[in-house]
Design a protein around this ligand. Structure first.
Ligand SMILES: C[S@@+](CC[C@H](N)C(=O)[O-])C[C@H]1O[C@@H](n2cnc3c(N)ncnc32)[C@H](O)[C@@H]1O
Length: 274
């Protein structure tokens, strides 16, 4: 298979990044150095790969699902000893042998698997990641980035924004129009940088798990007041006690609760349930 007779596959979320300024911007915000070990998710035909390899880095390991692109990529980067390629699904490939070495994860991600990619690379509450990513740079759907960045009081605030903000520092760099890709996707994209909080600086793992539990229960019915969802795990007496000790009014809906209030709620709930 060569570049000319290759047919793009919708099912793999293939939209090649063709905007040179955005390619350059990704390289610029990655601030690469000779110690960097990059994991690239879905190199496609290698536009971003080539840009990243054209920097002082130690290594770039790419994982591509589409078998038809493997030869094409190997031909293109064969003589670059910093490059390695793994054929497989990023959601299930085994990265154990390199995970601890990876310093930066970079991708124009396939939008059909955004959620699972965020879970794997930024993480889930209550689960230690056990890796040392300094930066995760994703080009992803603008609406998901806006949701992730939303604060309490916004209709977009949800379990996703709280989980992501508890696990990483997040910075949106810019929005990217559909015309920057070939073929253009239906939606706008955004370039975003996540700096995951180091495992040993995270909240206590059992506290994180409890926050997750509260988020699931309350955001399952996001229109309901806290008192009408948390009553599934707390008696009326316990709810009054929790509301008072956490200084959170139980007439509020979950999207109106700040991150610090979720932490307080979980801490005090654990105490009450002891
Ligand atoms: C949006 S394209 C980006 C391609 C290229 N990096 C670029 O910027 O032009 C997404 C890429 O991810 C690949 N891909 C899709 N699902 C994947 C998966 N589960 N694991 C690894 N790669 C995947 C696609 O085949 C495609 O090459």
């Amino acid at each position: 298979m060569n570049s000319k007779n290759y047919h793009q596959k919708k099912r793999f979320g293939q939209h090649w990044l063709v905007n040179k300024k955005i390619l350059e911007k990704i390289k610029e915000i990655a601030v690469l150095n000779e110690n960097d070990f990059i994991l690239e998710i879905g190199p496609g035909k290698g536009a971003l790969t080539a840009k990243l390899l054209d920097s002082k880095i130690k290594k770039l390991h790419a994982v591509e699902l589409d078998n038809d692109l493997i030869n094409l990529l190997n031909d293109k980067f064969n003589n670059n000893d910093k490059f390695s390629l793994q054929h497989g699904d990023i959601l299930s490939v085994n990265l154990d042998s390199i995970n601890k070495k990876i310093t930066k994860v970079i991708a124009n991600i396939p939008y059909n698997i955004t959620g699972p990619i965020l879970d794997i690379f930024i993480g889930r509450l209550g689960i230690i990641r056990n890796c040392n990513y300094e930066k995760i740079i994703f080009l992803m759907q603008k609406d998901v980035v806006d949701r992730i960045l939303s604060k309490e009081g916004s209709p977009n605030a949800g379990a996703l924004s709280i989980r992501m903000q508890l696990l990483s520092k997040i910075k949106k760099i810019c929005d990217v129009p559909p015309s920057s890709f070939s073929p253009p996707p239906k939606v706008f994209s955004s370039l975003v940088v996540f700096e995951p909080i180091n495992d040993n600086l995270r909240l206590d793992i059992s506290l994180e798990k409890y926050i997750d539990k509260l988020l699931r229960i309350s955001f399952n019915s996001r229109r309901k007041m806290l008192r009408n969802t948390l009553n599934s795990i707390l008696s009326n007496e316990e709810m009054n006690e929790l509301s008072e000790s956490s200084k959170v009014c139980f007439k509020l809906r979950p999207q109106d609760i700040s991150i610090n209030q979720w932490i307080k709620l979980a801490e005090n709930c654990i105490k009450i349930k002891k």
